[in-house]
Design a protein around this ligand. Structure first.
Ligand code: PLP
Length: 392
């Protein structure tokens, strides 16, 4: 027997456990101090009433023989696909239901999409990045070429004439940097991919946070994207579904490489490897994308957006350079001279009782930075902003 040696070369899986352990140790020594958690990458609000009502109704249907649903189409129900088609339609993006694949969330498909590409494909990853792109590529034995975001390029790397690769993961708005590509910038990636016959895997998990008019929510808002891009998204951050598990992947019918339809390949992959998402959850998703659901989502996200504004304001007043806080629920901050992300994490914990995420958890280019999240409560965020001004 021979095991997959790539697993042994991945970073240890205990990054967030380590943060938890350090916070727990500090709390044990300082039981009366109030800790402010700006480390979380998870939503905190409850699901909307329309989603709860849809869940109840769907559970009721499953309790009666005449309305019971067993196996469903592997790639998603007609009603959930129709809800996603109409969600895209609001932004002027016309998709057909067949191009939409309902999933259990973005994380699942970000890894699985690699099944379509040979193991000797060169994978570019705009970094620092959500770790799934790099780790799942390495698990599959693919070579990863980091494309570094830096202060100089505003953490939004762009393609140069000499850039080569087969597959590129782009995430906009970005976790962890909070940056987002404008239409013009993203068009450069689309043109590059079409010229090179490369494929973009576009992670749109935070599209619902976009506020600026020149930042697209979907890459398909740009001409030519349908011939070079797979877009992966979910309701996790859009509708507070992190604990529900529901997402969607778009593989356009116009996306072909080497004479093969990636849409047909992905259909084959999904119908072979999965049996789809539960009926109850898909009904909840349909409700989350209904007009009432969307109204609720907008209000929930507005709370996080205001948190972003409060934190950005505090960092600006402290004279610090940072990215994010506007089109994504994260702010990204270089550490003071020579400090690692972990050292700065400790300093903020001890001096301000603020918990952040060290950039070391986000692979290449993350070291020496920290990520601040906007998912905390308003009170904690406002207090954190006050303490940050004091620390700096
Ligand atoms: N993509 C990015 C950039 C994320 O930050 C996350 C989760 O934090 C995901 C994907 C995973 O999303 P999901 O909950 O849909 O699996």
């Amino acid at each position: 027997m021979k095991l997959n040696a790539a697993y042994g070369q991945l970073p240890p899986a205990f990054f967030f456990t380590e943060i938890g352990a350090r916070v727990a140790a500090y709390r044990a020594d300082h039981p009366h101090e109030k800790l402010l958690r700006l480390g979380v990458g998870d939503v905190t609000g409850p699901l909307s009433p329309v989603v709860i009502e849809a869940l109840r109704r769907a559970v009721g249907e499953q309790s009666r023989a005449e309305t019971f649903h067993g196996y469903l189409p592997e790639t998603g129900t007609d009603f959930m696909k129709a809800a996603v088609v109409s969600y895209y339609g609001r932004r002027g993006v016309a998709l057909s239901p067949e191009e939409i694949f309902i999933s259990s969330g973005a994380a699942d498909d970000l890894g699985a999409i690699g099944n379509l590409f040979s193991t000797d494909s060169r994978v570019l990853v705009a970094e620092p990045a959500y770790p799934a792109y790099v780790d799942t590529s390495r698990m599959a034995g693919r070579r990863v070429l980091p494309l570094l975001g830096t202060r100089e390029n505003g953490f939004l790397p762009l393609p140069g004439d000499d850039l080569d690769g087969d597959l590129i993961y782009l995430c906009s708005p970005n976790n962890p940097t909070g940056t987002a590509y404008t239409r013009l910038q993203l068009q450069r990636w689309v043109d590059w991919a079409n010229e090179r016959q490369a494929v973009i895997v576009f992670d749109a998990a935070y599209e619902a946070f976009v506020q600026d008019g020149d930042v697209p929510h979907s890459i398909y808002e740009l001409p030519g994207a349908e011939t070079c891009t797979v877009e992966i998204c979910s309701l996790s951050k859009t509708a507070g579904f992190t604990g529900m598990r529901l997402g969607y992947t778009v593989v356009p019918q116009a996306l072909t490489r080497e004479g093969c339809s990636l849409h047909d390949m992905w259909t084959q992959d999904r119908t072979t490897r999965t049996n789809g998402v539960s009926y109850v959850i898909q009904r909840a998703g349909e409700a989350a994308l209904s007009p009432a659901g969307l109204r609720y989502n907008r209000e929930a996200i507005a709370v996080y957006q205001e948190n972003g504004r409060i934190l950005a304001d505090a960092l600006t007043k402290a004279g610090l350079w940072f990215t994010g806080g506007r089109n994504a629920p994260y702010l990204w901050l270089p550490c003071p001279e020579g400090m690692t992300g972990w050292a700065f994490f400790e300093r903020l914990l001890r001096e301000a009782q603020i918990v952040v995420t060290p950039g070391e958890g986000f692979d290449a280019g993350g070291a020496g930075h920290v990520r601040l999240s906007c998912f905390g409560s308003r009170e904690d965020t406002a207090e954190a902003a006050r303490r940050l001004r004091t620390v700096f």
